[in-house]
Design a protein around this ligand. Structure first.
Ligand code: CA
Length: 495
């Protein structure tokens, strides 16, 4: 009896593993919507080829994310555009878990009543990574309710919003009794991790009452973290009469359980840099908050923003939490450059944000990202503000196995918790077969060497990265490469 049970268990595991499938759009399924909503099941990947996906290509909006589905582009956000063309919101996520991913798209043209012009998340813990979230609108007309989240709206759940560029989104409230909140991102009662995004030129615009949170609006006493973002040229305003400026051009914070660290928050056009409401105990440290109209630190906890306290390790005047208020000196490198000017990288001036963060770059995983025009990775103490990907494999995708060159790349168990076994067999010998693990943002986690001259290889991966640290749960990619062939397999590490 016992043997039968074990046998059934193995059969079930093999069956569920083999069922995980990659759905290719448009070659296999014509639209993203039908691939996500009709074809994909929990654990599947929807892989989208470069192109524009809008109503003329057959899409209809919103696209409703399915739980546990990875929606990822083949070539990255620059060449893979989902455009709702003001017909509706672009993507809706309800009750999806942490294995759900949206990665590598331009998400634009969203237009939603009240909540989430670009992406709406309710009770969802997905990862939104490597996207350009551009010019979406949440809107309320006469008789409507609050307008919340022009680019992204999150209510409850624990979403991760990382390495996106969130630009030109608007929360626009034309109803006099309600308020607009969060031009770029609104996070309400969510355990949100908002890290390493560019949040640029978003607007929270209200008819009569002051708009709140041009870049980010965050409320609710749920532990949330905002770190490593560059938040530039956002605004809040009272659009109707222009009598009263808005509240929190960069960040409007109403939470006692929030950490705001290592961010650049500059050039907010109205409403100030960081505005706090009911957040006397939150952590605001190691930020550069500068040149925000109506003030840099508004109603923040005691001593935050008092840059006469002393100097930081760069000798820059700071408050007792190492916040500074200086021009970050972005290095000019084409349009929308948020690299930091650095003498070692060939610029004439040194940005005060270099090495001014709270811990080492490595401890935040940013030592393989860069703030420098010459793409040399961040070292020592972490630099304040956004970091560009470096050494990144753009558009990581899972590929089907080729019967010709590599047979049977297998990862088992997958999903896993402690370790997994990666095995593969080559039909011919290769001098330079390499096997590497990447994270969702394309960062190299681990490279396995000394695999040459073997037709059959087996690697046990114990969740450790190249520095020996255990990586967090989530989605990774195993990339097996020979001089003329590459195969990619998705790995899932459970909590
Ligand atoms: Ca550094």
């Amino acid at each position: 009896m016992k043997k039968i049970c074990i046998g059934l268990g193995i059969a079930f595991l093999v069956a569920s593993q083999s069922e995980a499938k990659t759905w290719q759009v448009p070659s296999e399924v014509p639209t993203i919507k039908s691939a996500v909503e009709d074809s994909a099941q929990y654990g599947d990947t929807v892989l989208v080829a470069a192109g524009t996906y809008d109503t003329t290509s057959g899409e209809s909006f919103p696209i409703n994310m399915k739980n546990g589905v990875v929606l990822i582009s083949e070539k990255g956000a620059d060449s893979t555009i989902i455009d709702a063309d003001s017909t509706a919101r672009v993507i809706t996520c309800e009750d999806v878990d942490s294995l759900t991913v949206i990665s590598g798209f331009t998400i634009t043209g969203g237009y939603a009543n009240q909540f989430g012009g670009g992406i709406y998340c309710r009770n969802s813990s997905l990862t939104i990574v490597n996207n350009l979230i551009l010019q979406n609108t949440a809107h309320t007309g006469p008789g409507g309710g609050e307008t919340i989240g022009g680019g992204i709206y999150c209510y409850e759940g624990s979403p991760v919003i990382a390495y996106n560029s969130i630009q030109g989104n608007i929360a626009r409230d034309w109803w006099q009794w309600t308020v607009s909140q969060g031009g770029g991102i609104a996070s309400i009662n969510s355990a949100s991790l908002i890290k390493c995004n560019l949040i640029i030129g978003n607007l929270s615009l209200d008819a009569l009452t002051p708009g709140m949170g041009g870049g980010i609006f965050i409320s609710g006493n749920i532990p949330s973290i905002i770190y490593g973002n560059t938040i530039d040229s956002n605004a809040t305003s009272s659009g109707g009469y222009g009598i009263e400026h808005g509240k929190g051009g960069g960040i409007y914070a109403s939470s006692e359980s929030l950490k705001i660290t290592n961010n650049i928050i500059v050039n907010s056009m109205w409403g100030g840099g960081i505005l706090c409401v009911s957040c006397s105990t939150i952590t605001i440290s190691h930020n550069d908050v500068w040149n925000n109209v109506n003030g840099d630190f508004i109603n923040c906890p005691p001593d935050v923003g008092d840059t006469t306290w002393g100097t930081n390790r760069n000798g820059i005047p700071c408050d007792s939490f190492y916040n500074i208020s200086r021009d970050p000196i972005f290095a000019v490198c084409g349009e929308d450059s948020f690299f930091l000017s650095q003498i070692d990288a060939g610029q004439l001036e040194q940005s005060p944000c270099v090495d001014a963060g709270n811990v080492s770059a490595e401890s935040l995983g940013l030592h393989t990202y860069t703030t420098r025009i010459d793409s040399i990775a961040d070292g020592g103490f972490v630099d304040i503000g956004y970091h560009y990907p470096w050494g990144i494999v753009i558009g990581i995708e899972e590929t089907q196995s080729s019967k010709l060159k590599i047979q049977s790349l297998k990862v088992y168990p997958n999903p896993f918790n402690q370790f997994t076994v990666i095995s593969y067999q080559l039909t011919a010998k290769y001098q330079n077969a390499e096997c590497c693990i990447y994270d969702l943002s394309g960062r190299l986690v681990r490279a396995f060497n000394h695999l040459t001259n073997q037709q059959f290889n087996q690697i046990v991966w114990d969740r450790q990265d190249k520095s020996g640290k255990r990586v967090s749960s989530g989605i990774y990619f195993c990339v097996l490469e020979t001089p003329d062939f590459k195969q990619i397999k998705k790995l899932v590490i459970l909590k």
